[in-house]
Design a binder for this molecule. Sequence first.
Ligand code: ADP
Length: 283
Amino acid sequence: MTAAVSLRNVHKSYNKALVVDGLSLEIQAGEMFGLLGPNGAGKSTTIRMLTTLTKPSEGQIYVAGYDVARQRSQVKSRIGVVLQQISIDSDLTVWENMEYHGRLHHIPNPLRQKEIDQALEYVELSDRRNDPAKMLSGGMKRRLQIARALLHHPEILFLDEPTVGLDPQTRRRLWEIIRNLNKQGMTMLLTTHYMDEVEYLCDRIGIMDNGKLISLGTLEELRQKYGKAIVMKQARDAWDYKFFPTVEDANLFLGQQPDKTGMMVRPSNLEDIFVELTGRNLD
Ligand code: ADP
């Protein structure tokens, strides 16, 4: 079976600075894949290469079975893109934004109107169709971006930091939309620096740092690899911690300590693993 997304030894440099450094990765059809990393890790650059917006300096990228460098139009007709930079036009109405995108994708009428109605319905924006986009809330704007990306029925949806800056309820609502699309069979690649987003949504997680993929697997695989439990110890104004394979091992270690003041055992989470790997917090 052809992978939905395949990167082989991909490099990208800007003015001799290497921002993506030998990235190899395959995402299977139907997968919900999360690319996690601190600012500057190279996540957006990777998404920009996958969506044909910028070319790799070296290596091959195949999306939906097509080469992004040589078969751009085949790739573009099979992907939907929700990026921070490619925003909606706030002076146009919701419908006009959709109409414009539908025309760009050469969807003929009356099909175009039917697809616009369906996509707006899906993200619950039908009653806003005649409002200028500038009147929408942040969450509604993001839903409009998603509706627009869905118009031509993409096989793969790319989402760059889809919920950044949104309040918790709005984030949950977007998560449900994203999750339902994936349940219907759409392959998803999203970048984020929110741990809970990856834990809630993603089947598999790739952790990027300094342009390299430093870890890859399901949350359970990552926990298995780095340790399913940690012993925390309060050290002045910070916490020291140590990974253990299981909670039992962590409890055993704690039991052996002569002074247990300020110490506790808890299951490890993605944030622990991330901090362990990259040596810094995300925010
Ligand atoms: P992330 O999305 O993980 O925060 P980016 O892919 O945006 O990371 O950026 C990775 C690095 O590449 C950063 O150091 C950034 O400054 C640099 N970079 C990104 N785009 C450009 C560009 N167009 N020209 C020069 N440098 C860039």
